[in-house]
Design a protein around this ligand. Sequence first.
Ligand SMILES: *[C@@H]1O[C@H](CO)[C@@H](O)[C@H](O)[C@H]1NC(C)=O
Ligand SMILES: *[C@@H]1O[C@H](CO)[C@@H](O)[C@H](O)[C@H]1NC(C)=O
Ligand SMILES: *[C@@H]1O[C@H](CO)[C@@H](O)[C@H](O)[C@H]1NC(C)=O
Ligand SMILES: *[C@@H]1O[C@H](CO)[C@@H](O)[C@H](O)[C@H]1NC(C)=O
Ligand SMILES: *[C@@H]1O[C@H](CO)[C@@H](O)[C@H](O)[C@H]1NC(C)=O
Ligand SMILES: *[C@@H]1O[C@H](CO)[C@@H](O)[C@H](O)[C@H]1NC(C)=O
Ligand SMILES: *[C@@H]1O[C@H](CO)[C@@H](O)[C@H](O)[C@H]1NC(C)=O
Length: 551
Amino acid sequence: MDSKDLEAEIHPLKNEDKKVPANVGNPAKTEESSKGSPRQPRLSRCRTVAFFLSLFVCLFVVFVVSFIIPCPDRPASQGVWRVNYNAAVTYDFLATEDINRDRIQDVLFLYKNSNGSNNFNLSCTDEGFSSPCTFVAAVSGANGSVLWERPAAQDGALVQCSVPQLQGGRTSSACVLVGRPGSFVAVDLFTGETLWSHPSSFGRNTSVLSSLLQLPDVDADGAPDLLVLTQEEKEVGGYIYSGSTGRQIGHRGSLGVGGTTGSLVHVTRAGAPYILFPCASSLCSCSVKGLHETATGSGSPLKRDPRWEGALNASTPGPVWRSPGALRYLMNVPGKAGEDLLLVGAEACVLADGQDLTPRWTFRVAQVFRKPILGHYKPDTLTVVVENGTGVDRQILFLDLSTGAVLWNQALPSLPGDPKSASLPTADHRSAFFFWGLHDLEGTNQAEPGDTQHSLYMFHPTLPGVLLELANISANIMAFQAVLFEPSRHAACVLLTGPASPDTPGTVSVVKHKVRDLVQSSRVVRLAEGRPDSDQAVRDRFSRLRYRSEA
Ligand SMILES: *[C@@H]1O[C@H](CO)[C@@H](O)[C@H](O)[C@H]1NC(C)=O
Ligand SMILES: *[C@@H]1O[C@H](CO)[C@@H](O)[C@H](O)[C@H]1NC(C)=O
Ligand SMILES: *[C@@H]1O[C@H](CO)[C@@H](O)[C@H](O)[C@H]1NC(C)=O
Ligand SMILES: *[C@@H]1O[C@H](CO)[C@@H](O)[C@H](O)[C@H]1NC(C)=O
Ligand SMILES: *[C@@H]1O[C@H](CO)[C@@H](O)[C@H](O)[C@H]1NC(C)=O
Ligand SMILES: *[C@@H]1O[C@H](CO)[C@@H](O)[C@H](O)[C@H]1NC(C)=O
Ligand SMILES: *[C@@H]1O[C@H](CO)[C@@H](O)[C@H](O)[C@H]1NC(C)=O
């Protein structure tokens, strides 16, 4: 019995074979069954052929896709790269843009030197400047190789990149530079070629205020236009330029007395643009339509907002809203119905409705010397990050943008010259935050004059009791950005360092560090007694964060 079973297991087919002769002994029966379906063998053969043919086609397609058609080459991105310039000076400007169209963000910055790097033999005199002059440079985000550079100003400049341009029917993008003293240049963002260049028409004793402001299209050429605010003696003047040719539109307009830095263009819900600027403990406004009309002496296609002209009395340049204390920063922030205004003053932060300027909430802090940044502390809810105080007394406050409630606060002593904070959206609809501060958070040895290490900290709302110290930098930092270099792939920090004073040239460096690499070598700082996770477990959680592009 046993051996028979075993044999049956080893030779299962043999047993079947043995059964066949039993049927053979009954020929009538087999004939009958084959007679019942005479076409079946051919049909099943057809089916078999069809099956193998389709299988073959499938395999062939898989083969073609996986072996013959090559994968698009993804340029390998280096985790760290550094670009150095000797005997140079740099300015507080960093921008990122995909310039060589490899789907990795590239980095733009300014430096002042007597000649550019070796492979671009353009000299200052080629562009009509005396040596040394300010170059605008673009370097590849993947490996730091220089994509283009060009002399663009004599001595530093205000820069606005991604200004749309209409060049012979196709749209392009430019960086517009208002140089000191008196030049106005646009370079093509993708090639670095000069698109147009004019001497600026500002008066001798004029200082240019704040940044270049983008206006809606006022000269009806299809491209947005530009506004430069200047200060002459005590008066603030406004110059409008065509964004696509750089030509001045009309004459200088006046915004009245007052106004320092921090102006912005606010578009009301009726679509009317107004220039807002701080003036002696008030918010002042000036209608762009009015400015355009006085500059050109003719009509303007822009709109006025009846509510602003009536109730707010914004028909003439002047105060539209009285603030508690002097205003320092103005920000357009997303609101429920269009843009609202965040007004940051010496004594309070106020969120004002973007249409009628009624305060939604007021948060009293004592000293804000930095423009707040936005991020997400709770999923999909905007948070304002305010820095209260300076030095050892600095405190970071997270405020809910819709209510003004404090969500998180942390004392984080700072050093003079710390760059501004940054945030990056993460895949869980929150943000990772980056702060600069003292290495020693208790600030016990901050009195040491030689100790000027700026430490970079990272924070994520899912671990509210932990800060990661990502890096220590002892060089003078001119600009810093946290950037998502590739969509959902890698986030990195970009640092621009250089001499503190423009009179003493030194080494200018642009460095990129991948955030994930910094996290692995970071120091874990515990703010509160919390879960006893090991330092490595905390680093691993930060390492696993995925970032998303700004919506
Ligand atoms: C810059 O120019 C000077 C002389 O004009 C030359 O000695 C130097 O090598 C140049 N540097 C670069 C990076 O080309
Ligand atoms: C750069 O130098 C090369 C030869 O050294 C010359 O052919 C070329 O015209 C120069 N380019 C510019 C923009 O001066
Ligand atoms: C850097 O990357 C670019 C593409 O992004 C490539 O063309 C270039 O050859 C690379 N340079 C170096 C030095 O690896
Ligand atoms: C410029 O300002 C200086 C002092 O601030 C003054 O001496 C000079 O006359 C002014 N020049 C003009 C052209 O207004
Ligand atoms: C608006 O301001 C002008 C001058 O500043 C003044 O003459 C006028 O009465 C004001 N109108 C209202 C409604 O306040
Ligand atoms: C801001 O800091 C000042 C001192 O630097 C302090 O008096 C004030 O209470 C702080 N404000 C908040 C809201 O914590
Ligand atoms: C920063 O420097 C301090 C000592 O000055 C060191 O303890 C800490 O580990 C450093 N942090 C990083 C991230 O290297």
